[in-house]
Design a protein around this ligand. Structure first.
Ligand SMILES: Cc1cc2nc3c(=O)[nH]c(=O)nc-3n(C[C@H](O)[C@H](O)[C@H](O)COP(=O)(O)OP(=O)(O)OC[C@H]3O[C@@H](n4cnc5c(N)ncnc54)[C@H](O)[C@@H]3O)c2cc1C
Length: 410
């Protein structure tokens, strides 16, 4: 049976490892942390995943937390006016629900499952020299180590990476005690609050180590007032600053957050990274080649909440490319084809996400404004988070936007 090494036990690495394992491959998974360390460690993401990505997990029967995690049935957008009022406010309904399962819960659970099913789990932070050795002893080595140091093996693709610096400063707080949204309290939704020139606050329900919770996630324009979390070590200070900024810029979100407390001492996260697309093949000093997976090769800013979705889609696409390749050699031509097939989907995510990081042009402002009056526009925008390729049809080109708006106008 074919021997495959997967380095990195996140969304893509574990989904792929469990998928290959279920198809009879001899899989070794290398992780720099044990499942207990992940479970009791810091939060890593907000990991809201939409229908298509969740379906890939269901297809592999890995949806262990589906019945416990809140069902996110809508996605709302609010835009703050300079006086603190809500200039725009709407909610689009998702065709299929989204869910967020704290990666501490999911990755630890999946890793235990992989080992219980007989998978070879190695706890070791892989270095390039390890990969050099393993590329000779395995049929295929996949690097799914996220944005960690191993990305140095994969050259940056400047033609697909318009930014060489972080575009947002990220600050996440997991809380209990958030009040319901006063409008539509009957269903859960992600709230995207845009503060022009300042940043965005995303609020969404999740399933965490202590049950149902909500996430308050600030994305601050670098150098602006929300880019203020660097150096804050105490989680209580992190939460206080989160709330202070909400009170100042988004009073309607602050109004339901006055009684919140952190889920746990590891429930905060801050940092930043530059969105980067890389060459998919990593060449090792000894002559071997490894294939990059998910964030290693395509890391987008989380402003559109796509990274875990893309990791799931990448794992599903690679799984199919591996299985359908049968017993043939996993050479560099196959690696490039495998990535290109994933890029067919991923390119739309990158294009849309990079567009959302910039100042919106007039036709996009019109579109977002129109969604407040026209429910079909709100619904289509919301469902674009599940299938970002659809934005090609009505988002980027002013003529297409205008034609679309005219077609739905009463
Ligand atoms: C603040 C924030 C909010 C986000 N919100 C969302 C969201 O709402 N929706 C969404 O879809 N995406 C979101 N994302 C993005 C998403 O979390 C990532 O894109 C996704 O987890 C990437 O999956 P991955 O498998 O590529 O890598 P990861 O999940 O990063 O997993 C990589 C793993 O490899 C391990 N590793 C690293 N180096 C080594 C090594 N040398 N040896 C062994 N193991 C190693 C790491 O410890 C880690 O466990 C968010 C990200 C951030 C930072």
């Amino acid at each position: 049976m074919r021997k495959i090494l997967i380095v990195g036990a996140g969304q893509s690495g574990l989904q792929l490892a469990l998928g290959l394992q279920s198809k009879g491959y001899e899989v070794t998974l290398m992780s720099n942390r044990t499942s207990d360390e992940i479970r009791s460690g810091k939060v890593m993401s907000t990991q809201c995943m939409f229908h298509t990505a969740l379906q890939h997990e269901r297809d592999l029967q890995l949806n262990f937390w589906e019945s416990q995690a809140p069902r996110i049935e809508g996605l709302g957008v609010s835009v703050a006016a300079p006086d603190g009022a809500r200039a725009v406010d709407w909610v689009g309904k998702l065709d299929g629900y989204a869910q967020s399962v704290d990666q501490r819960v999911k990755m630890a659970g999946w890793m235990d499952t992989f080992a219980q099913r007989g998978g070879q789990l190695v706890i070791h932070g892989a270095a390039v020299s390890d990969l050099d050795f393993f590329s000779r002893t395995y049929d295929l080595v996949l690097v799914s180590a996220g944005k960690g140091e191993l990305v140095q093996l994969f050259g940056r693709d400047a033609s697909r990476s318009p930014f060489d610096a972080p575009q947002r400063a990220l600050a996440v707080a997991y809380v209990h005690g958030l009040g319901p949204r006063p409008e539509h309290p009957d269903f859960d939704a992600v709230r995207c609050n845009l503060v022009p020139g300042v940043g965005e606050l995303f609020v969404m329900p999740t399933l965490t180590v202590s049950g149902r919770a909500d996430i308050l996630f600030w994305e601050g324009v670098p150098g602006g007032p929300v880019d203020a979390f660097k150096g804050i070590k105490d989680p209580a200070d992190h939460l206080s600053l989160t709330l202070e900024l909400m009170e100042k810029f988004l009073p309607w979100e602050y109004a339901r957050a006055t009684k919140v407390e952190l889920t746990d001492a590891n429930g905060t996260l801050s940092g930043r990274y530059a969105p980067t697309v890389r060459n998919p093949i990593g060449r090792l000093p000894g002559g071997g080649a490894v294939l990059g997976v998910a964030d290693v090769v395509v890391a987008n800013d989380p402003i559109t909440g796509q990274g875990s979705n893309s990791a799931s889609k990448c794992a599903a696409s690679y799984l199919d490319s591996i299985v359908s390749h049968g017993d043939a050699a996993f050479d560099e031509a196959w690696m490039q084809r495998t990535f290109d097939r994933y890029w067919d989907t991923a390119q739309h995510v990158t294009k849309w996400t990079n567009a959302m990081l910039g100042v919106p042009p007039e036709h996009v402002l019109n579109l977002i404004g129109a969604a407040g009056q026209l429910q079909p526009v709100a619904d289509r925008f919301a469902n674009g988070f599940n299938d970002p390729a659809d934005f090609e049809n009505f988002f980027f080109d002013p003529e297409k936007t205008n034609a679309y708006l005219a077609s739905v106008a009463p």
